[in-house]
Design a protein around this ligand. Structure first.
Ligand SMILES: Cc1ncc(COP(=O)(O)O)c(C=O)c1O
Length: 382
């Protein structure tokens, strides 16, 4: 199956952000978080069936959508969900925004563990809430959480935290113990935890991903936000789901959805999800194997060619966090150099102002593309 992931798909001129909306559309793109793989064959076949039908009127998301999510969580993470907790939506960021509407008022603080996915910053700022940083602690080529500072922030009265799990961009898959510590502290200080699990199936370790679902019986002021979009490359289908075990918050969330006349996923989105979660298990494992091989190659090649660059250890996601501090260059300068060498990456400062000399590099692509991209990266910084 590995070959599936080395097939080049020409995405140029298909209105795709990654290829067609870069600074320079001739660059090889390693920035935005979608992959260059075709989705799983079982999903393509299902979408072909749906498209053949030819009538696309108003639809309701069937119960099967929730059932496959429950069985996926059980099979992949050994986590138990109740299907009543699940609400279909059209984007994880939308879910986070709606939860923040429910949980906070203008001026309230929301805790982020930085560096973290830049859109979290935009949502919080856009809603006129305040970003409260609990900075991750860097340990050479990996990161850990700062529990002392987190507890301090909880003591100061901040009531909402977003936990990115797995963590974009530092590639951590938090262990059961790490998540448990966060949830125990949240319980102690009555803090609501929004857990973004969108990268949960992108796992190149031998250990199962731990879902926040494992802690619901201990503390239910948590929600889990997820979607098949990252792992199955379906972001354009705008289909996601939120898991809200606490009935009060579930009702409030549904009210928000009604109040804003929000659409549910389309027939294409829910059918793709059902196909992916019913039959895509082995495909995901094969994809993870491909990403792992890409990562091992990147690490070896960059260690050899740019020995001062630190490649952050990758456990989950397909986004590699590169530390180019030795260059003393700003994000803008790094991106210029990349652009001149013919590649587009994501710049560090977008994830936290302390990370000027960092790049995020997306490795979910055919090996040949990665190989060429890395050659260009080395040319830019050698
Ligand atoms: C951690 C994380 N959450 C959410 C999203 C976006 O989710 P959606 O497109 O469903 O809003 C991304 C996309 O890269 C992400 O990395």
């Amino acid at each position: 199956m590995n070959n599936l992931f080395n097939n080049k798909v020409n995405r140029k001129n298909t209105n795709t952000y990654k290829w067609d909306f870069q600074t320079n559309s001739d660059n090889l793109p390693f920035w935005i978080a979608d992959s260059d793989y075709k989705t799983a064959p079982c999903v393509i076949e299902e979408l072909q069936e749906v498209s053949k039908f030819g009538v696309y009127g108003y639809n309701q998301v069937p119960d099967k959508f929730k059932e496959v999510i429950c069985s996926w969580y059980k099979k992949r993470y050994n986590a138990d969900l109740n299907k009543e907790w699940i609400i279909p939506t059209t984007g994880v960021i939308l879910e986070i925004r709606l939860m923040l509407e429910i949980l906070t008022n203008k001026g309230d603080g929301v805790i982020l563990q930085t560096p973290v996915y830049h859109t979290f910053h935009h949502v919080i700022n856009g809603m006129e809430r305040k970003i409260i940083e609990n900075k991750l602690i860097k340990k050479h080529d990996t990161y850990i959480m700062d529990y002392d500072n987190l507890e301090n922030l909880f003591k100061q009265g901040y009531k909402v935290m977003i936990l990115c799990s797995p963590h974009n961009p530092v590639g951590r898959i938090w262990t059961k113990e790490e998540i448990e510590k966060v949830i125990s502290l949240a319980k102690k200080y009555n803090v609501f935890v929004i857990i973004d699990e969108i990268h949960s199936d992108l796992n190149i370790t031998n250990t199962k991903f731990t879902s926040g679902a494992d802690f619901i019986s201990m503390y239910d002021n948590i929600v889990l936000c997820n979607a098949p979009s990252k792992a199955f490359n379906l972001a354009g289908l705008c289909t996601s789901y939120i898991i809200i075990p606490n009935e009060k918050y579930r009702e409030l969330f549904n009210k928000q959805v009604d109040r804003e006349f929000l659409n549910s996923p389309t027939v294409f989105g829910y059918s793709a999800t059902i196909a992916a979660y019913s039959n895509g298990y082995d495909w995901i494992n094969a994809q993870n194997e491909h990403i792992k091989n890409n990562y091992l190659y990147l690490k070896e090649y960059l260690n050899k060619e740019l020995p001062n660059l630190i490649v952050t250890k990758l456990e989950g996601t397909y986004l590699v966090w590169l530390d180019l501090s030795y260059t003393n260059l700003s994000t803008e300068e790094l991106l210029d150099k990349c652009n001149n060498a013919g590649i587009t990456c994501s710049g560090g400062v977008n994830f936290c102002q302390d990370y000027e000399s960092y790049l995020r590099f997306n490795i979910a692509c055919p090996f040949e593309q990665l190989e060429e991209g890395l050659k260009r990266l080395v040319k830019a910084f050698k």
